[in-house]
Design a protein around this ligand. Structure first.
Ligand code: TMP
Ligand code: MG
Length: 216
C-alpha cells in the first residue's frame, strides 16, 4: 500500500565482538532518534533472554546448562524468528528497528567453534527481515578484553573472540548486504555521532524500498 511505501522505516543491525559497545550504542541511537521526532523507534535484542527459548539460551551462556552445539545454534535462530511477526508489523507501520546483534552473530559464533560450515550456519536464518544497514563495531579482541566484565560468560575468551572476528570478516565479504565498519575504540560520544549519521542516511535511502529477505 502507498502508506507503507512512504513510511521512513529502517532495520538497523549492530554487530561486533563482545564488549564492542553494541548495547550502549543501540540505546543511544534509539534515544537520539526519538528525541529528534522519529516515530516510535524501537530497540530489540534478538538474544532476548526473557522468552522461554531465551531462558534456555541464558542458562547455556552462564554455564548452568550444557547444550549440543547445533541445538544452541538453532535456539538462537528460533529466538530471532519468534520476534519476526512483531518486527514485520512495526516495519510496515514505518517504525525503525535497531537490533542489538542479529543472524550474523549467530553464524559468527557457531562457525568459530570449527566443524561448522558457514552455509549450514546461515540456513536457519534465511528469510529473516533483511537489515538495511549492518553496523560492524570494530574492536580488537585485546581491547575488548580490557573492558569490564569480560570472561564471565561462555564465549568470552580472547582466543574464541579472535575466531569470531574472522567469521565476521567472511560474512562482510557479502556485498549484497550494506555493511558499514565503525571504529569502536573511539569515545562513546564520537562513535554515537558517527552511528547516528549513518542510521539517518539509511532511513532516508530506504523510504521507498520494500523490505528484503536475508540471504535469499
Ligand atoms: P549478548 O552479549 O549480546 O547478550 O549475547 C550473548 C552471547 O551470545 C554473546 O557471546 C554472543 C552469543 N550469540 C550467539 O552465539 N549466537 C547468536 O545468535 C547471538 C544473537 C548471540
Ligand atoms: Mg555479552
Amino acid at each position: 500500500a502507498a502508506w507503507e511505501r512512504r513510511a521512513a522505516r529502517a532495520l538497523i543491525a549492530l554487530e561486533g565482538v563482545d564488549r564492542a559497545g553494541k548495547s550502549t550504542q543501540g540505546r543511544r541511537l534509539v534515544e537520539a532518534l526519538r528525541a529528534e521526532g522519529t516515530r516510535r523507534p524501537h530497540l530489540l535484542f534478538p538474544a532476548d533472554r526473557t522468552t522461554e527459548i531465551g531462558q534456555l539460551i541464558s542458562s547455556y551462556l552462564v554455564r548452568e546448562k550444557n547444550l549440543e552445539d547445533h541445538t544452541i545454534h538453532l535456539l538462537f535462530s528460533a529466538n530471532r524468528w519468534e520476534h519476526v511477526p512483531m518486527m514485520k508489523e512495526k516495519l510496515h507501520q514505518g517504525v525503525t528497528i535497531v537490533v542489538d546483534r542479529y543472524a550474523f552473530s549467530g553464524v559468527a559464533f557457531t562457525s568459530a567453534k570449527g566443524n561448522f560450515c558457514l552455509d549450514w550456519c546461515k540456513q536457519p536464518d534465511v528469510g529473516l527481515p533483511k537489515p538495511d544497514l549492518i553496523l560492524f563495531l570494530q574492536l580488537s579482541p585485546e581491547a575488548a578484553a580490557e573492558r569490564g566484565n569480560f570472561g564471565r560468560e561462555r564465549y568470552e575468551t580472547s582466543s574464541f573472540q579472535e575466531k569470531v572476528l574472522q567469521s565476521f570478516y567472511c560474512l562482510m565479504e557479502d556485498k549484497t548486504l550494506n555493511w558499514k565498519k565503525v571504529d569502536a575504540s573511539k569515545s562513546i560520544e564520537d562513535l554515537h555521532r558517527e552511528i547516528k549519521s549513518l542510521a539517518e542516511e539509511t532511513m532516508q535511502e530506504v523510504q521507498n524500498k520494500p523490505l528484503g529477505e536475508l540471504w535469499k
